[in-house]
Design a protein around this ligand. Structure first.
Ligand code: GLP
Length: 240
């Protein structure tokens, strides 16, 4: 794992955007695994700027996202679909038909199967972006006795509902479930790019730095298994 400690959130975002840009410039048909949350917002801004400056072309890029809330319409401003539209898809020349997020089609079981089928068809990604939850979750794979290999419906932990309530009017409005890519699919990528920013991630980053164990109760620990992984953190996440 390559650890990069940055002085600031902006530096982390620039560094992450550089890595993503290199992947796209090397392979204009790159397949990217994308993530949502406050952490990658700065990186998406950098990518949009690079596109506007004529340094990036998304016309042949395909994307798959890690997760989506259950019970929220894609047009809802709090959906991850809306997040992706606002932060990237509506701002660059990507073909929206080549962008994918988990979505509800019929029953939840059918929706899960459909996303797994899509991921199997798409195959290995060139890069998978990841954030972490304050409890060390990745995508919505919450600390648990077992973790899922493939797409599944996850009951969100109270701490995750609390952490994500800042995007909603109240904690009660936060969906209680999400559809999330599983661990095996997350790892089916040539490169993993994990970002952590802010003091509320320090506990997880510190635990990660000081453990030599892989624990399902700490999903972030699994990133140690990936042969080509970057962990980019800012000072606040690194030092607390
Ligand atoms: C959510 C998402 C994760 C994301 C995490 C951190 O729970 N499911 O994919 O990594 O939040 O989000 P933030 O960057 O806003 O702290």
């Amino acid at each position: 794992m390559k650890l990069i400690v940055c002085d600031s959130y902006d530096e982390m975002s620039k560094k992450a955007a550089e890595i993503v840009s290199d992947v796209i410039n090397e392979n204009p048909s790159a397949i990217l695994g994308l993530a949502t949350g406050s952490t990658p917002e700065g990186m998406y801004k950098e990518l949009v700027e690079a596109y506007k400056d004529g340094k990036l072309d998304f016309s042949k890029v395909s994307t798959v996202n890690l997760d989506e809330y259950v019970g929220i319409d894609p047009s809802n401003p709090q959906s991850y679909q809306s997040f992706m539209n606002e932060n990237l898809f509506d701002r660059v020349n990507i073909n929206k038909e080549n962008t994918h997020l988990p979505k509800e089609i019929g029953s939840l079981e059918e929706s899960v199967k459909a996303y797994d089928k899509l991921l199997a068809e798409i195959g290995q990604r060139d890069l998978q972006l990841l954030g972490i939850g304050p409890n060390g979750h990745i995508a919505f794979n919450e600390p648990d006795e077992k973790l899922n290999m493939h797409t599944s419906i996850i009951d969100l932990k109270d701490e995750t509902i609390e952490a994500n309530s800042r995007f909603f009017d109240s904690k009660d409005d936060v969906p209680k479930q999400a559809m999330s890519m599983g661990m095996a699919d997350i790892f089916n990528s040539k490169t993993l790019l994990v970002l952590a920013s802010g003091k509320n991630k320090h506990k997880a980053v510190e635990k990660f730095m000081h453990t030599d164990k892989i624990e399902t109760l700490f999903p972030m620990s699994f990133i140690n298994l990936h042969p080509n992984c970057y962990l980019i953190v800012d000072k606040d996440a690194y030092q607390g």
